[in-house]
Unconditional design. Structure first.
Lengths: 397, 112
């Protein structure tokens, strides 16, 4: 079982609240592992043979599978239970956060004043919140990343940090930084001559995957941006509490205030799939503008549909239809090489990697994987399952 | 807005996904899951009391508030929780096993 939030912004849950969170963690595990395996077996034994019998061919893509499987009772229970579990995860962490906000704000104020840790928080109250955030409770999280319920509110950051700790069933690590830790170690070992001095994390939420870059490159100045003030306030205090200096900015990744050629590394994780296509194109162009020549843009994401078997495409696209992540499938239907070259990056400078999770495999396997990058993804890539791997793509400038 | 008012929104805005054609089944699933969760709360708190009783022989409110499971107790509870979930949703596991089984069962007579 994962440790729930343990850093300086830990909230005190009562025993019955912890029990509700424990239940949700195991309920998520049941639906994402046991039921997902069950659904695949039902597909293999019933749905696919019936499809082949009727159409005299294999399903061509995830959409064709979705069309037939949605009529199956098991799929209906899987989907209904998964949606409910997602909502209940967030509801399970709300009462202690609601109760603790005054205390959290006090702690954040103290942490922010630390003389030892020199991170900063730069908010822009006039920044327009894009509709992709303001008009939808992304992944069924009430209030999304931006809602403010009181003055200097950090609730949405606390909901994200505590909720994702339950939601991710330990796959993101005790500090929710498995993605950042795995990828930063991989890049450091694969490119020993690449020593970024200025790093930017786009769509950082609470900065959980920003902090590992500072550990990998201690001399680097690390910046992170998001549109949501509550997640940034919380992320700033969280980073201070973890002893990492990060400069948080309330900015839109589509058009930032930073100067041309100002960063060596522009990173994002689990961000692009929450952005409409038009925005993704602008973000990649902006990343190119921000990068110094010789710099690296890298986005950790769910693997694109073109790299997956039809069933795995159907399985990952589920979120787009039912988890209030409408841009998830449109993003995964895009071709990473093409969107990078459309943004002005040279085709020959394109990179993509499939990196083992540091929490599940350890440092040595990540270093070994440098030699075995064959571009093949499987049903462990980006999926909460044993042997999880992280997919990322990008380009050198 | 004052610092004292920090009432959070518990409901998700917008249209809810629906999966079942029959009226009320989606809501029944939600209700069943909430009942299961609350039942788990009872079980976990009961386990807490049982462990306290064994360890101390006497229960006070402070004992209850201060109690934390040991690593071993947490592992056992976690295992128990997974088994509990499997029992509650047994019908779903049964449907997978039925799909995997060889279709050699004699068919019943046609319903008139």
């Amino acid at each position: 079982m994962t440790k729930y939030v343990q850093h300086g912004l830990k909230v005190q849950s009562k025993p019955d609240e912890v029990a509700r969170q424990n239940f949700m963690l195991n309920m998520r595990s049941y639906v994402m592992l046991d039921m997902a395996t069950g659904m695949k077996k039902i597909y293999d034994h019933n749905i696919e043979p019936n499809f082949k019998k009727l159409n005299k061919r294999d399903p061509k893509n995830g959409d064709e599978i979705h069309k037939v499987i949605k009529k199956d009772t098991y799929f209906k229970f899987y989907s209904s239970i998964r949606c409910n579990a997602q909502e209940m995860v967030f509801r399970s962490v709300l009462p202690p956060i609601e109760r603790s906000m005054k205390d959290l704000k006090r702690k954040a104020k103290t942490l922010s004043k630390s003389k030892k840790i020199k991170g900063s928080l730069n908010l822009d109250k006039n920044l327009p919140i894009p509709k992709s955030v303001s008009a939808i409770d992304v992944h069924l999280m009430p209030g999304c990343y931006h809602s403010e319920h009181s003055e200097n509110d950090m609730s949405q950051g606390a909901i994200y940090d505590n909720g994702v700790s339950v939601f991710s069933m330990g796959f993101f690590g005790d500090k929710l930084d498995d993605i950042g830790s795995s990828i930063s170690l991989f890049i450091k070992k694969k490119y020993p001559k690449f020593k970024p001095l200025k790093i930017l994390d786009l769509g950082c939420t609470v900065g959980h995957n920003t902090l590992p870059w500072s550990n990998a490159y201690p001399k680097a100045e690390v910046h992170a941006l998001d549109v949501g003030a509550p997640v940034l306030r919380y992320g700033h205090a969280r980073a201070q509490s973890e002893g990492v200096s990060v400069h948080f900015h309330q900015q839109n990744a589509e058009k930032t205030n930073f100067k041309d050629n100002s960063f060596d590394l522009v990173f994002s994780s689990m961000f692009l799939h929450e952005v409409p296509r038009k925005g993704i194109k602008l973000i990649l162009k902006e990343a190119k503008r921000l990068l110094k020549p010789g710099g690296l843009m890298l986005h950790m994401e769910l693997p694109p549909n073109k790299m997956l078997e039809p069933y795995d495409s159907f399985y990952l696209d589920w979120d787009s239809y039912y988890n209030k992540e409408p841009f998830y499938k449109p993003f995964r239907d895009m071709v990473p090489e093409k969107i990078c070259s459309d943004a002005g990056f040279q085709k020959s400078k394109f990179v993509q990697f499939i990196i083992p999770s540091i929490g599940q495999f350890g440092d040595k396997e990540i270093i070994k994987s440098i030699k075995y990058q064959n571009g093949n993804v499987d049903d462990r890539t980006g999926r909460f399952t044993k042997g999880i791997h992280w997919y990322c793509f990008g380009s050198w400038k | 807005m004052s610092n004292d008012e920090n009432k959070l929104r518990y409901s998700v805005r917008g249209k809810k996904s629906r999966f079942f054609e029959s009226d009320g089944v989606d809501e029944l699933v939600s209700i069943c899951m909430s009942i299961a969760q609350e039942l788990w709360v009872v079980k976990e708190e009961l386990a807490m009391i049982k462990n306290l009783t064994i360890n101390k022989g006497l229960i006070t409110k402070k004992d209850l508030d201060d109690f934390k499971f040991t690593k071993r107790q947490k592992e056992n509870l976690n295992k128990d929780n997974k088994e509990f979930i499997d029992r509650v949703f047994f019908t779903l596991r049964e449907s997978v096993e039925a799909a995997e089984a060889e279709p050699d069962e004699p068919k019943p007579p046609t319903v008139p």
